[in-house]
Design a binder for this molecule. Sequence first.
Ligand SMILES: Cc1cc2nc3c(=O)[nH]c(=O)nc-3n(C[C@H](O)[C@H](O)[C@H](O)COP(=O)(O)O)c2cc1C
Length: 241
Amino acid sequence: MMSIYSSLKKFTCRRSRFNVLEANYIISRNLSGCTTNTGVGTRNIIQPPSCLNSFWESAWNILDNAVSTRGSSTRYVNFATIDSYTNTPEARIVALQHVNRNIDRIDFYADMTSPKVHQIQQNKEGAITLWDPLFFIQSRLSVKVDILHLGDDNCDKDVVKEAWDALPSRIQLCYGANPHPGAQIDDPSNFTKKANIMNFCIFACNVYKMDLVYLDPEDRMRDRRALYLKSENWEGKWLSP
Ligand SMILES: Cc1cc2nc3c(=O)[nH]c(=O)nc-3n(C[C@H](O)[C@H](O)[C@H](O)COP(=O)(O)O)c2cc1C
């Protein structure tokens, strides 16, 4: 029988946009029991979630792999806030940094002077959306965000310092643009970037709702959708997809 690895290699060859790293990523997920593939060829690789629990586990496995697998495209997710002044949604791409399913938390980093910080200070509600093109799963996460930064006496400063120290210096430069991100400038190059830990903050996103959709690549009747609420102990319920 063809091994998981050889069928995955076939899969990645046929779909050249996925690289070897992502093949490893599939293998690690298969080994962790997220999906099973004992069949031959590419068509059997993707299975609809078999139960509410495995669907939920798959979503967290996707998030874990997004941060632990170098080069994973799912690391870049859409993060939406509400602008309280205009009462309109604002969405942008951010890079996931930490995932901790034990406390239902996902972190990314931002510049303290960027507009999204102000939006969260006015309204802690955010939404994170991601699509995993290998497992055909969309995750829509509703989150309440705490912003951790050195200027806040209530936050654990060591956590912020450790996160900052772990960043390469070229990435630290993302935090410290002058004028601040989003400010109008006369010329496109009329700004400076100087790494400044005081500009650095962690968006600690506390997940309280997960809406998952599996879109089957071949059969619409195999599509699946489920909703999970923290207030209901993440038990989950099926929704019409
Ligand atoms: C691939 C990619 C990754 C990004 N990652 C981050 C990030 O991790 N944190 C961040 O604040 N902005 C990130 N950005 C920039 C944001 O999308 C956005 O332009 C910037 O944060 C300003 O957003 P705001 O004006 O809503 O505050 C990223 C952009 C791209 C294209």
